[in-house]
Design a protein around this ligand. Structure first.
Ligand SMILES: Cc1cc2nc3c(=O)[nH]c(=O)nc-3n(C[C@H](O)[C@H](O)[C@H](O)COP(=O)(O)OP(=O)(O)OC[C@H]3O[C@@H](n4cnc5c(N)ncnc54)[C@H](O)[C@@H]3O)c2cc1C
Length: 386
């Protein structure tokens, strides 16, 4: 087997899923994660369709995901008095099985921690490709040489910036920002996400979305980001003040532009991109399921090629390109849907929710999403398992 030593940047969803498969095929993955510990935040993520469920089953975690699943949530648009104006049924947002992103991240970490080297609180500062490897320098650890490097480090991928070019070249900003954070139970309604919208902004227990021009901020300064959210949602009605207070206290906080990554190729030389780093689709783009499916394909192709990265990377690109684009297409832009720009547009959105609750409308719409999630033929790589 060639190229056994593989460095993965990012311990989100895609990175640990890739490490799991690489170990099972006899590779030796190392994961470097910028955060000092596993980032367990995030809203619920859902899985739907055969491809997602097959990969979960082949990973041996479908039952555990089911055991930890959340009650699938319906989305309820409310008015300032908290009265429901329209409801989007649970199947729509919740897929076939729904789990908190943090629970999924923890599950994948548990699955891999015993046989994968994890390095937290560090990141790659340079990549230099040689004939038989990649010389990697880190912010803290001494330099090391790996056979291959995979960027599974999300929307703001450091590997992508080093190997492909600056983020601005590949990021399509869609005019909105999203923040996610934990809130106490007293603010939650079991089985429901209550969304309160005012023109260009939306707040919900644990989630805020607002329209904005591109903002200049420090991605590692959480207090600054919380202030951006607090300012954007300042003066909103309903329970916004309580929710914002909870946001300030929340230890888990996630803030990002609603944006997609568009890049022509996902590999260059000995470096590959995986998950959001390569083809991030943003909210509604089935990001977690896509991360698991594409990790399965990348590891499987490396195993099938006996570690020959040229052959494996070409097959990986070929297999996932249309799939990744399809997920980006259906995600569209969730911003205007969650935080419509005018009162009239809020009313239109609520009307759309009501229409989508009708089985005659919900079924075909659901079919479109599931079709995108399923638009890949998964090869069987089980003969390469060790
Ligand atoms: C804390 C958190 C909360 C999220 N919440 C939501 C949500 O509520 N809704 C939603 O739709 N999506 C959310 N996402 C994004 C979602 O997880 C992804 O769209 C999807 O699961 C694909 O996963 P990924 O592994 O490609 O990327 P991510 O899950 O984003 O994982 C990327 C990982 O790489 C790490 N990283 C970043 N830069 C570097 C670097 N330079 N070096 C090393 N490591 C680095 C990050 O800390 C992170 O752990 C969240 C992501 C995170 C990290």
């Amino acid at each position: 087997m060639h190229n056994e030593n593989i460095l993965i940047s990012g311990a989100g969803i895609a990175g640990p899923a890739l490490a799991h498969w690489l170990r099972r095929y006899g590779f030796r993955p190392t994961i470097v994660e910028r955060a000092p510990a596993l980032r367990e935040g995030g809203q619920a993520v859902d899985f739907r369709g055969t491809a997602h469920l097959t990969v979960l089953r082949r990973m041996g975690i479908l039952d555990e995901v089911r055991r930890r699943q959340t009650e699938r949530t319906k989305m309820v648009a409310i008015d300032a008095a908290g009265r429901p104006r329209a409801t989007l049924p649970a199947e729509f947002a919740g897929g076939e099985v729904e789990i908190l992103r943090g629970d999924l991240a923890a599950l994948l970490h548990d699955l891999t921690r015993d046989d994968t080297e994890y390095v937290f609180g560090d990141w790659i500062t340079s990549l230099t490709e040689t004939a038989d490897g990649v010389r990697v320098t880190f912010d803290k650890a001494p330099p090391r040489t790996f056979d291959l490097v995979v960027g599974a480090d999300g929307l703001h991928s450091g590997v992508r910036a080093l190997a492909f070019g600056p983020e601005e070249r590949f990021r399509r900003f869609l005019g909105y920002y999203i923040a996610g954070f934990g809130v106490p139970e007293r603010l939650q309604t079991p089985g429901e996400v209550r969304m309160y919208s005012e023109p260009g902004r939306m707040i919900s227990p644990g989630l805020a979305v607002f329209a904005s021009a591109e903002l200049n901020y420090d991605r590692h300064d959480t207090a600054q980001q919380k202030k951006l959210v607090a300012d954007a949602c300042h003066g909103m009605g309903w329970r916004a003040p309580e929710i914002l207070e909870a946001m300030w206290a929340a230890p888990d906080f996630y803030f990002d532009p609603i944006a997609q990554i568009h890049i022509d190729r996902f590999t260059t030389g000995r470096v590959a991109l995986l998950g959001d780093a390569g083809y991030g689709a943003t909210l509604g783009g089935l990001g977690a399921g896509q991360a698991l499916v594409t990790a399965y394909v990348l590891a499987g192709e490396l195993a099938a090629a006996g570690g020959d990265h040229r052959a494996a990377f070409a097959r990986y690109e070929h297999q996932i390109k249309d799939y990744a684009r399809g997920c980006q297409k259906i995600s569209g832009n969730a911003g205007p849907f969650m935080a419509p720009a005018t009162p009239a547009k809020i009313r239109q959105r609520n009307l759309m929710y009501r229409l989508l609750s009708l089985p005659a409308m919900a079924k075909p719409m659901n079919k479109i999403t599931t079709k995108a999630a399923n638009a890949i033929r998964l090869a069987d790589y089980s003969r390469f398992l060790r």
